[in-house]
Structure formats: structure tokens, C-alpha cells
Design a protein around this ligand. Sequence first.
Ligand code: 26Q
Length: 821
Amino acid sequence: PAATGQVPAAAEVAEIRDRILEKLKHSVSKSVGSATPHDWFIATALSVRDKIVESWLTSIDTAKKTGRKRVYYLSLEFLIGRLLIDALTNMELIDQTRAALAELGVDLEALREVEPDAALGNGGLGRLAACFMESMATLSIAAYGYGIRYDHGLFRQRIKDGRQLEYPEDWLSYGNPWEFQRPELVYGVGFSGHIETQTLPDGELKQVWMPGETVQALAYDTPIAGWRGAHINTLRLWAARAADPLRLDKFNSGDHVGALMDQVRAESISKVLYPGDTSPAGQELRLRQEYFFASASLQDLVRRHMSLFGDIKTLADKAAIQLNDTHPAIAVAELMHILVDRYDIPWNKSWAITKATFSYTNHTLLPEALETWPVPLMERLLPRHMQIIYLINALHLEKVGKGPDASGARLAALSLIDESHGRRVRMGHLAFLGSHKVNGVSALHSDLMKTTVFRDLESVEPGKITNKTNGITFRRWLKEANPSLTSLLTEVVGDTLLDDATILEKVAPYADDSAFTERYAAIRRANKVALSALVRDRIGVKLDPDALFDVHIKRIHEYKRQILNILETVAIFEEIRAQSFREWIPRVKIFAGKAAASYTTAKLIIQLANDVGKVVNSDPTVRGLLKVVFLPNYNVSLAERIIPAADLSEQISTAGMEASGTGNMKFALNGALTIGTLDGANVEILEKVGAPNIFIFGLTADQVEAKRTQGISGQEAIARSQRLSEALESIASGVFSPEQPDRYRPLVDALTYNDFFLVTADFDSYYNTQRDVFKRWRDKKSWWRSAVINTSNMGWFSSDRTITEYAQEIWNVPTTPPGRN
Ligand code: 26Q
């Protein structure tokens, strides 16, 4: 097949065209004359799906025949985005399909836009799962992703009068051409009920759980094509259905409402994704989701193991289960339940199998984000699992209690049960104990795990915590998002770039080649022109594509410090107004991101960004030298448009708080320079690109810790910085909210008296570093040199590298790198 830019063979194009027409007629039931863009999308998706399916069946067959060990990636979130371009790219059919559609008078780019995003995730953790699925397929690992088929993904965000409004997301409303329902794959998942003690013939006692309620889990499979289509894996998502959908007994007795209640209760489990990405809501429905999907997934993989290998005791040799954060951690207790109660494997043996099978990835150290469940809720919803957790805990505490340093405080810290505010089960502890390896997602984060939340557990099992720095798939975040840059790069390094990203290093010498950097810069400019058109369409603001595009896109969170960026914006706004005669660098501040619906402060930050934009964009003295835009409804597809057009990437979290970040990698790969703190993977990006090619500022994680012990009032820092105090004063006095001058009092007061995220402490450093950015931007040659050096050093951040490390050091499965065959 032809690579991008080459002219595809006419015969192949004709064949694809005919396949699409065939799908349009027989599967969509439309004629060419009456087909809508959506009809064409479905027909095109179905035609590439056929190709994928052929390879998929072979992949499944090969894994079966060779008895390969499987990897199971358990995640409550898969933030996939659109699949059409991804599928066409990885099947190497994109140019041919574009040409085939063109013959039919249809523009592939228009079809791309009608596909809804699969937004089954909140942010980084969910997107990481999607990148990992793609890399596991690319490396021919026999892997399954398991998750929930939410009817409604992450809410749609609209901005009205500067404020976020949440609307239901409805990705399935026009059907989903990528999924296959598997009606034969149904599992019952029990809840509540009671436990009976039975005596076995040999006198042993056995606990039997009699659930009071059973919900059915239905499987929906989506094929995930790896690069060059060599291997296809399955993403299996579970939908909840009532075991007895009609409750005919109730219905016939006249209790029509009651008959439907059970159905609603059961089906609510897979209705909607929880939209918070920290502060677990602690709600019963969330625990039901977690157990529902853990139980269905384990039943499914145990069934597969037994049918292939016939001996449950070899499970750990043939299955590696990765827990994506603690959200699926109840699976540890569930596997013990299966081994001990169903297969009558002795406890110690069961525990050894469980530990050898599971591994756990931690994605956050924020104390409020660590999942715990109230013991009474667990006892009611999962009585047998609560028993099992108690027994795991008793044996664990017995073991560590024998140690020389077994103080009461140490045992309390090591216990699976947190007794400090009501009795709660610590899911992080359960995931840790039930795993043979535990990992963080960047070098700094993994180190901090050992000294903070998991310090005591690490001392019991030293060496268990390892690091696996996150990565991103270059197929989506380079080739699909930025095809013109990809073409330029492959000209230099060859078309095996997406097989082995480290060959990007060969681009480094071109950083000093002006013919090359001019083309590189021209591609950026074209991407900025395209983004400007999008911004104009969506929010009616006109941008100057020659301005510096300074981009801050991610979930809205205090620790991510969008407010620090807004404060610098306000400071510069004031300066431009005061000294409009000076030569200012034209700059566009681009914000996007969603706030959890219940996170009041985050929503106020969104409103502030919008209010600042409204005032700045219409101020005549600013003369367009500064624009501030907030793009609504940030999602994967919008990221694909913004990142290739970014000059500056904002990665400015309070050091020690961002576990890794992956947006940072996407930007640097596409050649944006980073302004960032020494946090998460920024530290490793600095290592790879070198200090002259990144703008690092602010307190380090150690300094943050030290500073907090001295107090977190912002008063001193504000008093020391005239700029900061003026910016705060203008926000507090209503310059940006004249209709409600005290709107931002709460934000300003928090920064002044209670600045936990150390915005004020880092302000001057950030402000000055932004001035360094301006200086560099003036020196265009130096700017583009750094940009090219960024791109050329990002190969290591490919999720292919990350997955290879998991495969070798945690899962013990082989990988086969892709390649032309
Ligand atoms: C937990 C309980 C109840 C409801 C929701 C949740 C919940 C959901 C999502 C808690 C956390 C999340 C998401 C966390 C997340 O996205 N973390 C990010 O993970 C990325 C991938 O490792 C990192 O790069 C980011 O640094 C980290 O913030």
C-alpha cells in the first residue's frame, strides 16, 4: 500500500470505492443521491471494519493456537476519541480511501467530523488506556481491554455567559459502527444478599455467597487495530441489563412501576461515566460500577483460561491483569472469591496466584483522590468480599506485626482498614497487596510514591514499586493529528518512523538547517491558520496566526494552576494598556478544559478565563496584541486540532502534584516549547530535550513540601510583587466582572490566605520565565531550532516504549515490533 503523499494504485482505489458503495446500499440502505455525510461515514467505517475483522480473527486464532499469555487491561475509562482516521491509518488505507471517496464526490475530512468522540473517560488516565490499547496491538501482545460501555460518556460542555453548563453526551444515538454485540456472552453479577456456611464432606467449612440481586453483563467488542494492521486486539465493554427485564410476576400483578424499577436499577450501572477525576464521590452506584465490571471481566477471563488450559492453578502463567488505578481494585477480592469459593483452592495458594496475576498502576498521590469505601456499604453490597478483605488484612497484619518496628501507628498505616474517619476500606492498599508489581507513571511520581502514600507498604515489600513513565501513541498524536509534519519528518528519517519512534533522533541535525526549519515553521503556520478558522467558527474570535499561540488545555483543577496563567495574562494586559507604545509580542492565550460539575472553584476559574477574554479581546488599546480564548467542550478531537498549532505548551502544575501528564508529550512531539514546573514527566522531557530548549520555572517538589510546612499564606509573596498584587486587585475589584464586582472574591481570598497550590509563591518566577519566552520568540531562528530539537528527542515518549517495559518487567509477555512485511 502507498504511504501518505503517494498516489494510490487506481485498481485498489476502485475496489475500495465499490466496497463503500456496497455498504452504503446493503448496510445503510441509502442511494448515492440520498446519502448524508453520516451515511457515508457509516459505509466507510463498515468497509474498513471488514478488513480489520479479517486480521482480527487471525489474531485471535494465533493467540489460541500458540497458547500465549494474555494481558488484561482493566480500566473504568477508555478515552478513545474518533476511530475512522485511526482505523484507516493503521490499516494503511487512508490515501486509497480518500481517493475512493473523492471519486464519489465525498470529502474524507468531512466524514471525519461527523463521527462522535468515544469519550468514555475523564482525562489523562482514560486517554492513557486508549494509547496503551493501540500500542499493545502494535506490538502484537495478545491483550484485552475491559471496561464499561457507558450509554453516556463525559458530559458535553457549553459556555453560556462565561459559565460552564453540562449537557448529556449521547455518542450512541446514531449507532456505533465499530462495535459487535456478543449476545452469547452474558454473565450474572451478584450484589448484596447473605452468606451461608456449609460443611464439606471432609469437615471443612465453606462460605457460600447467596446474592440478593443479580445484574447481567452483556459484552460489546470493539477491534483495536495496531500499526500496519498486523495484529488486532479486543476492547470488551460491559453493558448492564436486568436479569429479568420484565419482571412478569410483578407486571401481571398490576405493579407496573415496581416491575420497571428493578430494570432501571440494574441498567443504571452502565448509564453514565462518573465525571470527577479526583475526589471520589463515594457513591453506591460507583461501587456497583466497579464491582460489576470487575466481576464480569474476571468471569470472562477465567472462562477463557479454563477452556484453553483447563487448570485454574496456571492462571498467573497465562494471564496478566493490570489494574488502571484502584478503580478495578475490587477484582483482587473477586479473584480470591473465585479461587477459594468456586474452585476450592486453599487460601495461601489462591493468594499466591492472585498476587502473581495482578499488577497495579497508581495515577495520583492527591489524598482526596485515594479511593476508600465505607465498611458498612461494602458489607451490605459485597458481604463475601468484605469477609475476604478482612482475612487478607488479618494475615497481612499478623505478618508485619511480628516485625521489630510494629508500633500501633505503623500497623494503623499498614492496615487495609482506615479507622481515622469512620471505618473505610483502602482500595490502594488492597491493590498494592494483591499485586506483584506496583508502578507510578513518571520517575518523580514513582519516587514520591515510596516516600508518601505507600511508604509503609513499600518497606514491607521493598522493590515492589517500579516506574513506568507514560507514553503516547505517535500514530494518533503525530501522523493523524499532524500529517504534514509527519511527511516532513519521514522525508528525513524514512517511513519506518511509526515503527520505531527513536529514529526521530535523526532529525536533530536539521535543527540548524534553515531550509528544513522554514518548512517546519510553515507547517506550524498552516496549522495555526486552520485552528484560527475553527476558533472563529466556534466562538467568533478572530486570531492572528502570526501571534504566539500559548496553549493551556487539560482538565480544570486548582493543582494544574490555570489561575497562574490567567494572572500572568492579566498582568500583561495591564502593562500593554499602561505602555501601549512598547513593542509587544502578539500573543493568543488558548484555554480549554472541563471542570467536574460539582467542583465550584474549577467552574469559577472557567468563568474567570472567559470574563478576562471578554474584556481583553474588546479593549481597543490592546489592539489585538493579546487575545484570550476559551474553547468549549475540550475532547480528544479538539486536542488533535489544537496541539499541532501550539507554539507554547503550559505544564505548570504545583511540583509534586501532576503524576505524569501526557499532553506535555503530545505538544513537545509536535514541536511546541514547554513552559513548565519540575513535575511529573516534565522532568524527563527536560532530560531529553535539554535545558536550553524548555522553559522551567518555580519551586521543586521538595521546596513545595518545605514551603507548605512554613505556612501557605500568599500574603508575603503578594506584598513582594507589585505586579501580582495589581493583577489580583483588578480581578478582586471587578475589572473583569463589572456586573458583579465581587464575583472573584473567593478566588482572590483563597490565594491570599490559603494558597495551598502555591500560585503566589511561583508567580514571579512564572512571569519572568514568560518574558524569557518572549525574548526567544523574537529570535525566530533560535525558536525553531529548539522546536526541532524537541521533536527529535521525543521518540522515547512513544507508548510503544512504555508498553515494552510493562511487557518485559511486569507482564512477562513477548513483544513483536511492527515493521514492513
Ligand atoms: C474515582 C472514584 C470515583 C469517581 C471518579 C474517580 C476518578 C476518576 C478518574 C479518579 C481519578 C480519575 C482520573 C485520574 C487521572 O486522569 N489521572 C491522570 O493520569 C494520567 C495518566 O497516568 C497522568 O498523566 C496525570 O498526571 C494524572 O493526573
